[in-house]
Design a protein around this ligand. Sequence first.
Ligand SMILES: [Zn+2]
Length: 412
Amino acid sequence: MSNVAVEVNGRSYSWPKKPVVGVCVDGSQPGYIEDAIKAGVAPFFERMLVDGTSKIADCVIPSFTNPNNISIVTGRPPVVHGICGNFFYDQTTDSEVMMNDPDLLRADTIFKAFEGHGAKVCVITAKDKLRRLLGKGLSFGEGLSIGFSAEKANEVTLSEHGIENVLDLVGMPLPDVYSAELSEFIFAAGVKIMERDRPDIMYLSTTDYIQHKHAPGTPVANDFYQMMDGYLSQLDAMGCTIVVTADHGMNAKHDENGQPDVIYLQTLLDDWLGEGNTRVILPITDPYVVHHGALGSYATVYLGDNIDQNALIEKLAGYDGILMALDRKAGCEKFELPEDRVGDIIIISEQHKALGTSSDRHDLSGLKEPLRSHGGVTEQQVPLLMNCKSDISADRKLRNFDIYDIALNHSI
Ligand SMILES: [Zn+2]
């Protein structure tokens, strides 16, 4: 046990007086928690709202899962840590690269910094795609830190994940990757590990499978928040400081017939400028397309040599359904993004519009409900809740990646 303040990425964090549990509820648009409380199924969330801290924070743009999870665990925006999508176009190799390789992460995590001062850390995430990024630099083994995904909870080993036999410990079968149970497993495991090991710092990060399909206040959404409420109240009873936020919000992106309302950008640009002159990148793209068919509200475009960029930006910005089109420099400045991993133009669509490449490149067969998705500035507001009061100044503009600062430096 140490009493030092821990410095990382230019921010300072006090040593935890009791275990701190950071929770990222994937896709938790404001309204989900409030509606579950109204339905009478979330008494612990209600207590956080009434007796603790309840704020609205901004997530990072693009309002996608990976950039926000990595911002939360580093305490800084993507310009510092480099992760600005699930996916980026590497111009040096002319290839589209998944951004789940820890080598692409340019900053240390708060967890690594605390572990370096003797803290025990436990990180549990839904999908394995995030696990290696979140756990970068941690030491796993007997009595050391713990990091695993619910998706591959059956494959954990002491040497690689710091834990073994998680399914037995939790008492749940391996959850399906497309299920509410994938997220439930995280909380159930968090409670068991808190009981057994009492780590100093814990991070629980869910999947937005439910939020992509079910709006706030619907029975399935309320069930999901009821489930979380029960586990969080157990962590509360164990004396943990709990701070909850979301990686991004979520909005309906469909027309009145329930069909996805999409601007197919590559088709549009090919039509305007001819094929082969532009490359549209959708950084929401990942191997788990059932939620959203790779349709979000953020795109970035690389331009060929002979394209008049300013004229194109003007034309795009005036196009019906597009909220903003910015050049790389302006966009990266506004959204704190790394210029070397962003295209020449950043495009953001309106609240209920999605951006695609061309219709034949989106597999929408898995979309059983009308499309709900994210990525733009209309999904930027997220909740920030804590189970105790705080001394955050009233005029402070909060970010979701402030949760460990709030819990460690501002809880009272
Ligand atoms: Zn997400």
